[in-house]
Write a protein that binds this ligand. Structure first.
Ligand code: SF4
Length: 380
């Protein structure tokens, strides 16, 4: 295999931006695979996508040869995401699955993101540092109590408070030390009723205490796993974004994902906010949290879901029988994908994903909006 030189990640080079596929290939193209490598975790966050499916023992994973073969078959693979559970929790999983995947990606010059809670002993993270392009963590903790309550909200037998606090300290220390050693640590905050009063504090902690390279901000959309948290109204959301732009550290990259604001929505305030975001220093936006053209593979079952659409679609295939490129192309032809698949090149916009549409624009026909936008640009 060829070892390629990867360009450093920056506001000008975000490999997880879905629009890259359109620029490179003229259309949405499978470019990202997310692997669920463990069901184990030392925490049980209320907002965790897999919080209620976490187990106490992992089953045996599929042979790595099947996984390599399916990855080899994806010519445009640009990014790989590793998620759990906590991917660095199980030493067996690290040895048998995580490290082999990291080495595979390294050899192909593929960018790697790991989704971690960063609360484990530092050695574990240092051990894989050279293979990680983005260490992605969640930071929604306005108060310590929020961490001790929500961070373990889905755990039946609660650990002692001291043990919980130790994990918080470990997370802060890991983030700052790994950042100082050159790791790109990106902390994500959801905009919801719980974080809204504490956005300044959370941002300051991410920038000054944790020394993160990036603060990601995503509205929280209701899905099963997050149903106990409160979403913001569209008005509150926009005020929160303005506020963050007012108070943020302009030297730190701020990435807004899945914002429910689109060029085709006829609202002057929305368009002003969009322009403010476009003009702001070190601010970028993504239509999707981590790319539109991606599938999630469970390494134990081989089951494939469309990441972020799992609740809508469930399992759509299995890598033991299907190529991932075929699965993705099949998904693109589905009614759900087609109903969302709008594209306005003038704005590098790929439209809302299903969560955004269901929450804020259930009655908006974005394919019709697309026609109107294209007509507007032809005649303008
Ligand atoms: S791509 Fe879709 S959401 Fe974006 S401006 Fe065009 S029609 Fe609107």
């Amino acid at each position: 295999m060829i070892i390629t030189n990867k360009k450093p990640i920056s506001i000008h080079n975000d490999p997880w931006e879905a629009y890259n596929d359109v620029i490179d290939n003229g259309q949405l193209t499978l470019s990202n695979i997310e692997f669920t490598t463990t069901n184990l975790c030392n925490m049980r966050c209320s907002h965790c996508a897999v919080g209620y499916t976490l187990q106490t023992k992992d089953p045996d994973p599929l042979p790595m040869d099947i996984i390599y073969r399916r990855l080899d078959e994806i010519p445009n693979l640009r990014t790989l995401s590793i998620t759990g559970g906590e991917p660095m929790f199980s030493k067996k999983s690290i040895k048998n699955v995580v490290k082999p995947l990291l080495k595979y990606a390294h050899q192909r010059g593929i960018y790697v993101q790991m989704n971690s809670n960063l609360t484990l002993p530092q050695d574990r993270y240092l051990d894989i540092a050279e293979y990680i392009d983005v260490m992605h963590i969640s930071h929604n903790w306005g108060t310590i109590q929020e961490f001790t309550d929500v961070g373990f909200g889905a755990m039946k037998k609660q650990p002692p408070i001291k043990a919980k606090l130790k994990l918080y300290e470990q997370m802060l220390d890991n983030a700052s030390t790994l950042s100082e050693q050159g790791m790109f640590v990106s902390a994500e905050t959801m905009l919801n009723q719980s974080t809204l009063p504490y956005l300044d504090k959370i941002h300051n902690e991410i920038v000054n205490d944790m020394k993160c390279s990036r603060h990601e901000v995503h509205p929280m959309y209701p899905a099963d796993f997050a149903s106990s948290l409160n979403v913001l109204s569209l008005k509150e959301m926009k005020e929160a974004i303005h506020h963050l732009l007012d108070i943020r550290d302009q030297d730190t990259w701020m990435l807004f994902g899945t914002l429910p604001i689109y060029p085709c929505i006829n609202d002057e305030n929305d368009q002003q906010l969009l322009q403010r975001l476009r003009d702001a220093k070190n601010v970028t936006m993504r239509n999707d949290p981590d790319g539109r053209s991606r599938l999630n593979v469970n390494v134990f079952t081989g089951n494939v879901i469309v990441t972020d659409f799992g609740d809508e679609n469930g399992t759509i295939s299995n890598i033991q029988k299907d190529r991932l490129t075929d699965v993705f192309n099949q998904w693109l032809t589905s009614d759900l994908a087609q109903s969302l698949n709008c594209h306005c090149s003038e704005y590098h916009c790929l439209g809302p994903n299903v969560l955004v549409k269901n929450m804020y624009y259930p009655d908006t026909d974005f394919r019709q909006k697309e026609i109107e936008m294209h007509a507007k640009h032809i005649f303008s």
